[in-house]
Write a protein that binds this ligand. Structure first.
Ligand code: PGA
Length: 253
């Protein structure tokens, strides 16, 4: 069985490096014992270097939560994917709904995805609808969002793309999407990728689910939702919960 991919998005947490080290240590101790689960942690950028003990750490990989669409230059406050790569970062989340909410457009996202892939990073592209519509209008808008977010990305780079389907209404919410609908939507994401890049590429692309995942629902979402893994927000900075989540996912057959 292909390894399941669990990505922890710490967002703007925790507030001290000591606490970041503590959470990371706990994640690493659990991850060491897993046999069929790959773990990636995406801390705030200020903690990345301190947590990266050695390049390409095989136990827990480190990802960033964003990267700019230029290699270097006069872009105050931005971080380039080349810099991340040089540090030993392997993954980067791009197009998270909390950034889209602040005005990040599909066009900017597609430029970010293209440069990060070109730099050799694995890109976790976040997509998802704001709300669902009885007539299915959210499907059209999701398809368009996927197409536009990948507009600048040539087929030759698609091998390192991961898509995280995160219905926005389920992010930071009380409940996740039900697993049966997760399955439908992940198929729809694959179909949209197939329309853009071809069937083989779509089948090879990992599709994750994100939005209110916790240690209780994680296994069910993977099994019945038939996704390749999960993008986990709040539960990834809760050491006990994340430990349970990783164990539950690893125990799946
Ligand atoms: P949540 O966040 O798990 O806290 O809902 C998920 C995400 O934003 O990636």
């Amino acid at each position: 069985m292909k390894k399941k991919l669990i990505i922890g998005n710490w967002k703007m947490n925790p507030t001290t490096l000591d606490e970041a080290r503590r959470i990371f240590r706990s994640t690493k101790n659990t991850a060491k014992k897993l046999t069929s689960t790959e773990v990636v942690v995406c801390p705030p950028p200020v903690y990345i270097q301190a947590l990266l003990t050695k390049r390409g750490d095989p136990v827990v990989s480190i990802g960033a939560q964003d990267a700019y669409f230029e290699e270097q230059g006069s872009f105050t406050g931005e971080v380039s994917p080349i810099m991340l790569r040089d540090l030993g970062v392997t993954h980067v989340i791009i197009g998270h709904s909390e950034r889209r909410e602040k005005g990040e457009s599909d066009e900017v996202i597609s430029e970010k995805v293209a440069l990060a892939l070109e730099a050799g990073l694995k890109v976790v592209l976040c997509v998802g609808e704001k709300e669902r519509d009885e007539q299915g209008a959210h499907l059209e808008s999701l398809k368009l969002q996927i197409k536009n977010s990948l507009n600048k990305v040539p087929k030759r780079l698609i091998g390192k793309l991961i898509v995280a389907y995160e219905p926005i209404w389920a992010v930071g919410a009380k409940e996740a999407m039900d697993p049966a609908t997760v399955y439908e939507m992940s198929l729809f994401v694959k179909k949209s990728l197939a329309d853009a890049y071809g069937h083989t590429e779509a089948v090879a692309t990992q599709v994750l689910y994100g939005g209110s995942v916790n240690f209780r629902n994680a296994g069910d979402i993977i099994v019945r939702g038939k996704v390749d893994g999960l993008l986990v927000g709040r539960e990834s900075v809760n050491s006990d919960g994340f430990t349970e989540l990783l164990k539950a996912v690893d125990a799946l057959k």
